[in-house]
Design a protein around this ligand. Structure first.
Ligand code: SF4
Length: 96
């Protein structure tokens, strides 16, 4: 069992500037055991030097702190532009 008060180093990433209270979501993610290999099978990120690949808790914390979303929130053609902003996300899904 993985307890919330016994989180890994990811806990330092919980302080974001995101206007939405994302902590409950992040606590759920952090409580899960990390399965990097399985996560990588669903990762569409093309930014190769990133050390957060497959570490979804670090990935989402990093992007939310910059008012962005991870690569997997975007279709491939938008992902490769590296515009991961909330505005770009809203623009795309508003058209759907
Ligand atoms: S979406 Fe961002 S943080 Fe996540 S793997 Fe790609 S570049 Fe790294």
């Amino acid at each position: 069992m993985f307890f919330l008060d016994n989180r890994s180093t990811c806990s330092s990433n919980l302080n974001t500037n995101c206007p939405v209270d994302i902590k409950p979501i992040l606590y759920i993610i952090l409580a899960m055991e990390c399965n990097i290999e399985a996560n990588l099978k669903h990762c569409n990120c093309t930014y190769e030097p990133c050390a957060r690949k497959g570490k979804c808790c670090e990935c989402i914390s990093y992007h939310l702190a910059m008012n962005e979303l991870p690569a997997c929130c975007f279709p491939d053609d938008i992902e490769k532009t590296y515009d991961r902003s909330f505005a770009r996300f809203a623009e795309f899904y508003k058209k759907k």
